[in-house]
Design a protein around this ligand. Sequence first.
Ligand code: ATP
Ligand code: MG
Length: 283
Amino acid sequence: MTAAAAAAPPRPILEARGASRIYRLPRTRPFARREELAAVRDVTLVLHPGEALGIVGESGSGKSTLTRLLVGEERPSAGEVRFNGVDIWDRHDDRARRDLRRRVQIVMQNPRMSMDPRLTVGASLMEPLRSLRIAGDHEARVVEVLEQVGMSRAALNKYPHQFSGGQMQRLAIARALAPRPEVLIADEPVSALDVSIQAQVLNLIKSLVRDLGLGLVLIAHDLAVVAYATSRVMVMAGGLVVEEAPPAELFRRPRAPETRELVEAVMTVEAGLQGRALARHPG
Ligand SMILES: Nc1ncnc2c1ncn2[C@@H]1O[C@H](COP(=O)(O)OP(=O)(O)OP(=O)(O)O)[C@@H](O)[C@H]1O
Ligand SMILES: [Mg+2]
């Protein structure tokens, strides 16, 4: 390898460059001017292959809107989203956006809402392989990913109502992995689950992305959740990125007031849990 090649920084796989998303709100009365809301403002995000990036912020800070921009579900009002260096909304070339549909997969907050209750799990998990026109034996691929998430092939012929919330989220993760993505985006993947199984599902995501070498964008309102599974965290507030640092740094030296609040929220929960533990085991 030449010195120049060794020194070249790796190319980001997914980027937002100065991306904004402005929504026009419905009129409050006839002929009134429609107000605008900037849900995401001038956000720059860079994800390298295999990297785990966290996005944290309170409700309404713009996390899910940013996610929709990153997966190409919505178009930025300003700025760009790039996949492998190519603007996914390039008028002359829709290859980057088509590519992104397979290579970036998403896991949502509520696994029940993300799966059709009338379809068997097998049908739901094979559907993306069919619509993305992926070659090969779809059923064999689905059985393979079921094993990766700790479920058996018996799940294939069952229906969503036959599974617990945690199992459903495992199935949703399996469905996301089936098309062999390079990036996994998880938007509040554990916040709808029982506290007792949140750690299991988070551990599963963490070990899968590591073993498969995937990039991860993990979104949560809880700083402890993103800190546990990522090496760099962006803090959002009011559509803006107010701080970006490794998680340990955010805990040690939070600079933005919004970061400080998120750190305090974690401390409060921990103090509460310790208080409970102490109450249970006096002395
Ligand atoms: N389609 C839309 N039309 C109008 N406003 C929207 C739309 N989608 C989101 N918003 C607004 O944009 C802001 C950001 O919302 P968003 O859902 O991205 O936040 P979030 O950080 O994901 O919140 P939560 O933690 O509750 O999921 C909010 O004020 C929301 O009401
Ligand atoms: Mg959200």
